[in-house]
Design a protein around this ligand. Structure first.
Ligand code: GPU
Length: 807
């Protein structure tokens, strides 16, 4: 598109929708008009893509996820359509800053953290690799809460992201499905002797899909992310006499549960899970039936992926649709179901492994529960004589009056994968070992990845431009080409350019920090970043203990030689997670204490930026020097911020946990700071049960002073929270071994303090991280899923070439 064409289109849209001339429009009108223009361009490609899938009858994957976290889409869509530069300069001609328009868009925050963001990186990569794949999820009216700090406490405000409407979505009323919940089901014997389920008193709700185009990177492909919203069916209107009664139905897709790696156990959550599973499965089968193929071909046309256990009811729901609604016999339907489904596990943390009480299942999804009972019964019978009674009992879906959702997902699918090598190995050797004995061929690893388009091309243009200069722009299509940067390891001019690009982003972040918190930070300081959900196992508290250590050292010795450091945090805590909230309060109080103490001479600063989300991540990550990946070994399944930070030249300080292990392997020991217990040592402690945090405390004077600061008034205003933290570390024996790893962590931090002073040494490390981040491209990850698990192929037959590569 030429500049003139873009202007003409915008003019027309502004007139038609707002009765405004281009020159008189504000950012909001311009944003919506530009969004409309983008949609018009992509809709044509969307339609073509869809027609193409249909005529080619290509096998497609449906990625079922209760969370998607796309963030903002304006710039991403422009980049992927190949018109980012044209639009930017056209707007500049009329004195409009594209960045200002982009700020108008609300983050689409229909997820909590890593799991939802991974789903969105996958959507970008699936389209960009030309793979036929679609998302299936929930269109929550309210996304993840907005976080504010009041007196250092987290306060949660509703996220009204739909208030001004969502430009990207298309409501497809004609594709709505009915979903049935509650009621009673009994089996009736038919004349032919067969049993048939009969349902009474069910509640029927309408699932209305809202589709968003997932635009591939300059390849003409547009896939679909389908999010379902609940409505009361017109035929049922009369049943709901009061607003209150209507609300119970409408509540179904009202809010995202704000729990990360923790189950909520609430009835509405169970209903949400069934709602999007049932609507998704029904719409897939409706599509398949249009193809007029025999049932045994279903697995040749359709793959369905279960992203964590939240969509695990795909197993019984697909069985229900095949058996109850389409008359297939159980064995045949089961064979199809297992072939179609696959499952990813994202955690080993027991509290995140979903188990639903049977009584709740019977209430909310009575027919689904019956089918699970039958799956359980047949599972036990089939394995008789092949495996031990004990093993069979331990792996059943039904135990202790609960439905074990992971068991259901593993038994009902042909593939179970973890999200990093160490995590997948732990699944096989410990967490899911019993299943590995039964189904060894089902287990595999797919290390997570990230969409470098968003996390480098869009978020960090200064760095992206330097990389273009050094190695040409082929990395924009092929992230693996970043490896070419390794040729510049000893090139001072190149290293300096990269450092200068970092400085630009640090200055931007420093300005943002000043504007939003009033805290002044210097871009010459080390920007040390920990951004992720607040969880005890992620050990933000250990980071804080280190800050306190430095604080005391500088207080004792004001002339101490230390590279100035800004510790930057971004983290939301689940509203019900009191311990995590206490840590937030403690960090904020320490921040206040440190930042207002003039005697520290700005040697350290602590900044806790509120409302960490995708957009804030895009500001913080490009400015980071140090990436904190310090979870207790074995606990972080993979991590993905670790990959985003390395891609932007941050050097990692890490335990050997999750994907950190593979990052270490990729960059080499010289370009990462590894410390702490290994996963094996952690498990040894569990076995021997001989860990004593009290002992470490008693023997370490410095640590004593740090911990005492939480309860002796040194850190102000944390009477309750300080005691809770102190008790967790001492009285309750420090579940995540912070005190055990602290010493080693401090040593690694001291090394960073030293190394950073030698700017070329540091830049070399930084370069090695950027150069090797191509190993963690989500493009490669989804290609591996496509080949090994989904058996789908890219389609480029009808694509057109467009735009310039750097958009
Ligand atoms: N993860 Br389970 C979440 O973000 N939420 C969850 O409910 C569960 C896992 C994360 C893992 O903690 C993180 O290590 C991983 O990188 C991410 O999923 C994506 O796999």
């Amino acid at each position: 598109m030429t500049k003139e064409e873009i202007k003409k289109e915008l003019r027309q849209r502004l007139r038609d929708t707002y009765a405004l001339e281009l020159e008189d429009a504000g950012p909001v009108e311009l944003f919506y008009s530009l969004g409309g223009l983008i949609k018009a361009i992509s809709n044509e490609k969307w339609h073509k893509t869809w027609k193409n899938y249909l005529t080619e009858e290509q096998k497609q994957v449906y990625y079922f996820s209760i969370e998607f976290l796309p963030g903002k889409l304006l710039k991403s869509n422009l980049l992927n359509l190949g018109i980012l530069n044209e639009v930017r300069t056209t707007l500049a001609d009329i004195d409009v800053d594209l960045e200002e328009l982009a700020e108008v868009e609300k983050d689409m925050a229909l997820g909590n953290g890593g799991l939802g963001r991974l789903a969105s990186c996958f959507m970008d990569s699936i389209a960009s690799c030309g793979l036929p794949g679609n998302g299936n999820g929930i269109r929550y009216d309210y996304g993840l809460f907005k976080q504010q700090f009041v007196d250092g406490y987290q306060v949660e405000l509703p996220d009204e992201w739909l208030k001004r409407g969502n430009v990207w979505e298309i409501r497809r009323e004609s594709k709505a499905c009915d979903v049935k919940l509650f009621g009673n089901v009994y089996m009736k014997r038919l004349a032919n002797g067969k049993l048939q389920p009969v349902a009474e008193n069910q509640t029927t709700v309408r699932a209305v899909p809202y589709d968003t185009g997932m635009i591939g990177y300059q390849n003409g492909i547009v896939n679909t992310m389908r999010l379902w919203s609940v409505e009361i069916p017109i035929s049922e209107e009369a049943k709901y006499q009061s607003l209150d009664e209507r609300r119970t139905v409408e509540d179904l897709t009202a809010v995202l549960y704000p729990d990360d790696s923790q189950e909520s156990g609430r009835l509405v959550r169970l209903a949400q899970e069934y709602f999007f599973v049932s609507a998704g499965i029904q719409s897939i089968i409706r599509y398949y039936k249009k193809l007029n193929l025999p049932w045994h071909s279903l697995s040749e046309k359709i793959a369905i992926h279960i992203n964590d256990t939240h969509p695990a009811m795909c197993v019984p729901e697909l069985m229900r649709v095949l058996v109850d609604e389409n008359g297939l016999n159980w064995e045949f339907a089961w064979d199809i179901t297992v072939k179609v489904l696959s499952y990813t596990n994202h955690t080993i943390m027991a509290e995140a492994l979903e188990k639903w009480p049977i009584y709740l299942m019977k209430i909310v999804v009575p027919r689904i529960y019956q089918i699970i009972e039958e799956i359980d019964r047949r599972y036990v019978t089939t394995l008789q004589g092949i495996h031990s009674q004990d093993l069979i009992q331990r792996t059943r879906p039904l135990q202790n009056d609960q439905v074990y959702m992971a068991h259901l997902a593993i038994i009902g699918s042909h593939s179970t994968n973890g999200v990093a090598k160490i995590h997948s190995d732990l699944l096989k050797s410990i967490v899911l070992h019993d299943f590995y004995v039964i189904y060894p061929e089902r287990f595999n690893n797919k290390t997570n990845g990230i969409a470098e388009r968003r996390w480098l091309q869009l978020a960090n243009e200064p760095l992206a431009n330097v990389i273009d200069e050094l190695i040409t722009d082929s990395w924009r299509k092929t992230p693996q080409d970043l490896k070419l940067l390794m040729n510049y390891q000893n090139d001072e001019a190149a290293l300096t350019k990269i450092r200068e690009a970092k400085l630009v982003k640090k200055e931007e972040l420093a300005n943002y920090i000043l504007k939003t918190t009033g805290i002044e930070v210097s871009s010459n300081a080390i920007f040390d970043v920990q951004i992720k959900r607040l969880h005890a196992y992620k050990r933000q508290l250990m980071n804080l203990l280190h800050i306190l250590k430095l604080y005391f050292e500088i207080k004792d010795n004001p002339e101490m030689d230390i590279t100035p450091r800004v510790f930057i945090f971004g983290a939301k805590a689940a509203p019900s997670y009191t311990y995590a909230k206490s840590i937030i309060k403690a960090i904020n109080e320490v921040a206040n204490m440190v930042n207002t103490d003039r005697s520290l001479q700005d040697k350290i600063k602590v900044v806790f930026l509120p409302n960490y989300n995708v957009s804030l991540a895009e500001k913080i990550i490009p400015a980071a020097d140090v990436s904190e990946q310090i979870s207790l070994a074995s606990k972080e399944a993979s991590g993905t911020s670790n990959m985003k930070l390395m891609l932007n030249g941050a050097v990692t300080i890490a335990t050997l946990d999750g994907a950190n292990v593979e990052i270490r392997d990729a960059v080499g020991d010289d370009n990462i700071y590894i410390f702490g217990l290994t996963e094996k040592e952690v498990y040894d402690y569990y076995e021997k049960q001989d860990y004593s945090s009290q002992k470490i405390y008693d023997e370490d004077e410095n640590l004593r002073r740090i911990l005492d600061a939480f309860v002796d008034g040194t850190i102000p205003n944390i009477e309750f929270e300080g005691q809770e933290i102190y008790d967790a570390l001492l009285k309750f024996n420090d579940e995540y071994f912070l005190l055990r790893d602290f010493h080693d962590y401090v040593k690694a931090q001291e090394q960073i303090n030293q190394d950073y002073k030698d700017s070329m040494l540091w830049q070399k490390k930084s370069l090695a991280n950027i150069a090797n981040a191509g190993n963690f491209s989500a493009d490669d990850t989804v290609k591996a899923y496509a080949e090994d698990i989904w058996q789908i192929e890219p389609i480029f037959a009808h694509t057109e070439k467009e735009g310039t590569t750097n958009g």
